[in-house]
Design a protein around this ligand. Structure first.
Ligand SMILES: Nc1ncnc2c1ncn2[C@@H]1O[C@H](COP(=O)(O)OP(=O)(O)OP(=O)(O)O)[C@@H](O)[C@H]1O
Length: 363
């Protein structure tokens, strides 16, 4: 298990984080400058924490209490594979030589080196490209060479810093599958830094949502996406529909929440108290369009006007100005359908299912 509990100050910026990771893929997610890359650098030994402890499988990488440094294991003894966004391949070496770079003839025989590199060339779909120089490889191929180079040393941990962000969507998609395959085979902790929500959804066993040097939520991707613990996390995972409300009434069967604009009803949150201030969120894909009177509900139904339509490919996003005192927006995602007939200016009714409404306590 990888254990990280460190503090580091860099100018005005302070990083103060703690987490533990089994042989899982952890995705670090959050806005620019919140400390994701610094976290990787501290684990790898490229930066030194001001205090704290980092260990993996009972091997202490770093340990400092107050001024007393008890351990600071050199980078090359941490057994870490590191993959950067810009590939960092040696331009004058072939794919084979780049991958073989980390293993020396003093440790392995020539035969062993050839076998190890060939195995990774196959694993990362690079067979046939062994003699190519980086200049002759596509972005996706270069990054696969970089991953193979990181893996050839049989690392205990693999760190990837926005590895696929320069690549287009289809290449990214395939590289995510490569990484999942690599993880299934190597079974080591992998930490992956990204700004991309699809990366989070497709890769993560665990997610750490960073904000201003702290981890604001750590947990499974399901928890982070569907039960964000703070307004920031809800915003970062694009819950989109986020409202301040207060609890107006509560009885055995229902709780009514309200703000100046609208009220909603939920049925199963016993922890809420009357007059309590909360944040409610509902993801755009959970809001339903009421297309005929049969679907009309007694509760949580609202009428409004479509003010903008954004076609996102497989999803169509509607911005709906709800008829109310000031007029607020719901954002609704519908699966794309070739019979899609809605247009800006149309009046529309929507329904918010009570069991999809998530409450964030302000206490
Ligand atoms: N050597 C340094 N000296 C001073 N400040 C630094 C140094 N290195 C990083 N920082 C600051 O630390 C903060 C965290 O940087 P870091 O690169 O870890 O963020 P990040 O979350 O990875 O951002 P991004 O997603 O943009 O890469 C930033 O405000 C950065 O400016």
């Amino acid at each position: 298990m990888l254990k990280v509990d460190v503090y580091k100050r860099l100018g005005d910026f302070e990083l103060d984080i703690e987490f533990e990771l089994d042989n899982e893929i952890l995705v670090l997610f959050g806005p620019s400058g919140c400390g994701k890359s610094t976290t990787l650098e501290l684990i790898a030994g490229l930066k030194v924490p001001d205090r704290g402890e980092i260990s993996n499988q009972k091997i202490t990488f770093f340990h400092k209490i107050k001024k007393d440094v008890k351990e600071n294991l050199p980078i090359n003894r941490r057994k870490i594979g590191y993959v950067f966004q810009d590939y960092s391949l040696f331009p004058h070496m072939t794919a084979f030589e780049n991958i073989a770079y980390g293993i020396q003839e003093s440790t392995y025989s020539k035969r062993e080196i050839v076998d190890k590199v060939n195995k990774l060339l196959v694993e990362l779909r690079l067979k046939g490209l062994a003699d190519h120089y980086p200049g002759e490889l596509s972005g996706g191929q270069k990054q696969r060479v970089a991953i193979a180079r990181a893996l050839v040393v049989e690392p205990d941990i693999l760190l990837l810093d926005e590895p696929f962000s320069a690549l287009d969507t289809l290449v990214r998609e395939k590289l995510r599958q490569d990484l999942l395959r690599v993880h299934a085979e190597f079974k080591i902790p992998i930490i992956y830094v990204t700004h991309n929500l699809t990366d989070v959804f497709e890769l993560a066993d665990k997610v750490a949502v960073y904000n201003e040097g702290k981890i604001e939520q750590f947990g499974s991707k399901e928890l982070v996406f569907y039960q964000p613990q703070t307004r920031n996390v809800a915003r970062f995972v694009e819950s989109k529909n986020i409202f301040d409300m207060s609890v107006v009434t509560k009885n055995d069967s229902e709780i009514v929440l309200s703000n100046e604009e609208f009220s909603i009803v939920i049925h199963d949150d016993n922890s809420l108290e009357v007059e309590e201030e909360v944040i409610i969120t509902i993801r755009p894909e959970f809001i339903q369009i009421i297309s005929n009177d049969l679907e009309r509900r007694d509760e949580n139904s609202y009428s409004g006007e479509i003010i903008r339509i954004l076609n996102k490919g497989s999803v169509v996003r509607l911005f709906i100005k709800v008829f109310s005192k000031k007029g607020f927006d719901f954002i609704v995602d519908l699966a794309y359908d070739s019979n899609f007939k809605l247009a800006v200016g149309d009046n529309i009714d929507v329904y918010l299912p009570a069991n999809k409404i998530h409450i964030i306590s302000k206490n």
